[in-house]
Design a protein around this ligand. Structure first.
Ligand SMILES: O=c1[nH]cnc2c1ncn2[C@@H]1O[C@H](CO)[C@@H](O)[C@H]1O
Length: 341
């Protein structure tokens, strides 16, 4: 299949997205609009044409600094509602039928949006997205690691006290350097005891030990990124044996400089070692990518044809926390699409 044909195959392929951040998915139009409201008080450019340069990151710490400057533009529940529905539209336009969106309620509540209003806004958008766009949305509430244990406590409280219907998992994002995973164990224990699934980031910017910590201390059922597991054959074997998938976001790794070059990306080694993976977009407009483009990047890294790409999409569905019914409907849709495409 020619390159353009594979791109159109991917564009029409029904998909699940398991690793994508809420604010990090805001379209350039929405970011610029929000920035215009805060002009003079925010470093974020109000001109969408200037955003690509603003979203050029010197390293991971710089990425987090820029990320938080965009978070800072979101000041009320209406902003949250608009942002969330806009993200849903962008996903649905790529034939994403099911998405687990990583949401950081602490950041918004800390900026003055009450937890109740925040949860109501995301839930309104979730319900509208399912009804109007045919997209099933679920939430992962993540702890912003750089904000420490107080943010862990507050994220847990919002998750357990508010418990929005779409909430299914508990996560941990932000920097890994200087933010050891084990300190978050009590919060993950409580979240898991309440039925939330455990999906911390680990092994994005630090090594295999962080992934071990995420598994042993936080009960990780999937790992956000986890690419540095490739350094440790024992860990790769463990992930394969226990069926713990990695949520891989290749362009993100390049743009945050977690890997120096796509040619050095360990995706192929991880797959060859028998580790389950899903392909995801992380913060697509910030990284100048889309989920569809990440499938094409993965196809290049793994040397896949259309059938191989369809199998990646099936893996995304299988590794999701969707209900059995959503999974089987989506798998059947992928089969029907591949049979006719
Ligand atoms: O690639 C990523 N790795 C870690 N955290 C990320 C990434 N993309 C977005 N966030 C977000 O960064 C914020 C600060 O901790 C959190 O809101 C987290 O969800």
């Amino acid at each position: 299949m020619a390159k353009d044909d594979l791109a159109s195959f991917v564009a029409g392929l029904p998909k699940a997205e398991l690793h994508v951040h809420h604010v990090g998915s805001a379209s350039p139009r929405i970011v610029a609009e929000l920035a215009a409201r805060h002009e003079g008080r925010s470093p974020v450019p109000a001109d969408p044409a200037l955003l690509a340069e603003y979203f050029t990151f010197t390293d991971f710490a710089h990425f987090i600094e820029v990320y938080l400057s965009v978070v800072d533009l979101i000041r009320d529940a209406e902003d949250v509602r608009t942002l969330t529905y806009g993200v849903a539209q962008d996903l649905a336009a790529q034939q994403v039928r099911y998405a687990e969106l990583t949401v950081t309620p602490y950041s918004s509540v800390n900026r003055g949006i009450p937890a109740e209003a925040f949860c109501e806004a995301i839930e309104d958008a979730r319900i509208a997205a399912e009804k109007e766009l045919g997209l099933v949305l679920r939430w992962c509430f993540d702890i912003p690691g750089e904000a420490g244990l107080a943010s862990a406590e507050q994220t847990l409280r919002i998750a357990l006290d508010r418990r929005p219907d779409g909430l299914i998992s508990f996560g941990l994002g932000g920097p890994e350097i200087g933010v050891p995973r084990p300190q978050f164990k009590p919060y993950f224990d409580q979240a898991r005891a309440a039925g939330l699934r455990s999906v911390p980031h680990a092994g994005e910017t630090t090594g295999a030990q962080t992934v071990w910590d995420a598994i042993r201390e936080l009960g990780a059922e999937r790992i956000g990124h986890g690419i540095h597991a490739a350094q440790d054959p024992e860990l790769l074997a463990y992930l394969g044996e226990h069926g713990i998938p990695l949520e891989v976001c290749p362009t993100s790794n390049l743009r945050t400089r977690a890997v120096a070059d796509l040619a050095e990306h360990p995706l192929a080694a991880i797959v060859a070692a028998g580790v389950p993976v899903s392909i995801n977009s992380d913060d697509p407009p910030m990284f100048g990518t889309t989920l569809n483009n990440e499938y094409l990047v993965a196809a290049r890294l793994l040397d896949l044809d259309a059938a191989g790409v369809a199998e990646l999409a099936r893996q995304g569905v299988r590794h999701s926390f969707a209900s059995d019914q959503v999974k089987s409907t989506l798998l059947a849709e992928i089969d029907a699409y591949t049979a006719t495409a």
